[in-house]
Design a protein around this ligand. Structure first.
Ligand code: MTE
Ligand code: MO
Length: 380
């Protein structure tokens, strides 16, 4: 039974499948800037492997040169970097696309296939340099960096991201100052900040610098996106792999504060290190808007202290619904129908979210980034 090495898991996680384990963080626990390890979402395609204690990380350069490093080498022979990065699954919010359209296949995540942690380890570019690669003038055969996990999962990123001195791609051995837990890639995973979490390969076994992308199905097929009319006739070879993620946001909690009205909280995140610069909230399903307070609920100062183009982490926002005259809590319209809260975020490139799911529909339910609409029932 390959699943016999799977760890026990926190009961608070909302489990979509147990073998393999796919479980999301409950939305009410997504309101801290750092997501604690025990409730960080788990997305496993297979079982949790237990790499042999003496296993070395293998590196193969594009000229065929092979070297390897022990975990100790990676911790002691390289400068260590700590970054704060959000990881988000390409299928996060898929259930909202399902609700708004007819059907999507895949795990029906709500708002919790996302989380933020600090990650520590050497920079991938430093490890490649020590392996013998000329990182300032890489050979023309070096176009992609492929990552292979101990259980056979694999993915790749373009060489530009891997070598970018501002790219912060690290080989992480620590998550929130603890050794990486089993579910999250123990003892070593790559963290590719700003990119879809599918590229942050866990239980890292091998790194291959190549002139082509990883040949795995997770690189060549699953994590691609298509037009609404292309469902069932996807040209997988022609479509671009998902790397950086589009701007997205969600409501994670709505709570009534005694005498202070109703407080709505949520997250907002964009790929590629693009900073979230505005979060707009509507309590009438998009007819009128107001701005949420961004970052004000962060306990961690890092949230606002990230350098330009390196906003690898989400921002948290909150909004207090004003109480309209003659309507005690604003949750019902005069005709008695429920109000709809809508939220959309804007990133520093002034990208924003589409209003509806129909124009971004794809049967796999990837990149579900339309406005998040929630019926306002109050007191939830
Ligand atoms: N790496 C390996 N080896 N095996 C996997 O199944 N899943 C990927 C990525 N890396 C995966 C993997 C996907 S699709 C996601 S969303 C993230 O890991 C999930 O990371 P987490 O479980 O630590 O949240
Ligand atoms: Mo994912």
């Amino acid at each position: 039974d390959p699943f016999s090495q799977d760890p026990s898991r926190d009961n608070a996680l909302h489990t979509h499948s147990s073998r393999p384990c796919n479980a999301e963080t409950p939305s009410c626990q997504l309101t801290t800037f750092i997501t604690p390890n025990n409730i960080f979402y788990v997305r496993n395609h297979m079982w949790v492997p237990t790499p042999p204690a003496q296993a070395k990380l293998e590196i193969e350069l594009s000229d065929g040169e092979e070297v390897s490093f022990s975990l100790r080498d990676l911790k002691e022979k390289f400068p260590q970097h700590t970054i704060t990065s959000t990881l988000q699954c390409s299928g996060n919010r898929r259930s909202h696309m399902t609700d708004a359209t007819t059907h999507t296949s895949g795990l029906q995540w709500t708002v919790g296939a996302i989380g933020t942690a600090t990650w520590t380890g050497p920079l991938l570019r430093d490890v490649l340099e020590k392996s013998g690669m000329n990182i300032s003038r890489p050979p023309s055969s070096a176009k992609h960096v492929q990552f292979t996990g101990h259980e056979a999962y694999g993915a790749s990123v373009p060489i530009e991201k891997a070598l970018n001195p501002y790219g912060d791609v690290i080989l992480a051995h620590s998550m929130n100052n603890e050794p990486i837990p089993k579910d999250h890639g123990s003892p070593l995973r790559v963290i590719v900040p700003g990119h879809v979490a599918a590229r942050s390969v866990k239980w890292l076994k091998k790194i291959t610098v190549s002139d082509e992308e990883s040949t795995s199905q997770w690189q060549r097929r699953d994590y691609k996106c298509f037009g609404p009319n292309e469902s069932g006739k996807e040209d997988w070879g022609a479509a671009k792999s998902i790397q950086e993620m589009p701007v997205n946001s969600a409501v994670t909690s709505i709570s009534e504060m005694e005498g202070k009205g109703t407080v709505v909280k949520g997250w907002a995140y964009s790929g590629g290190g693009r900073e979230i610069v505005r979060v707009d909230v509507s309590v009438d399903d998009g007819k009128s808007w107001d701005q949420a307070c961004i970052g004000c609920v962060n306990e961690d100062k890092d949230a606002n202290g990230q350098p330009a183009n390196k906003h690898w982490a989400w921002k948290q926002w909150h909004y207090t619904i004003p109480t309209p005259n003659g309507n005690k809590d604003g949750r019902e319209k005069k005709d008695g129908t429920k109000r709809i809260i809508a939220v959309k975020a804007t990133d520093e490139a002034y990208n924003t979210q589409p209003e509806h799911f129909d124009p971004i529909y794809n049967v796999r339910g990837n990149l579900a980034a339309a406005w998040h609409r929630v019926p306002f029932e109050g007191g939830k």
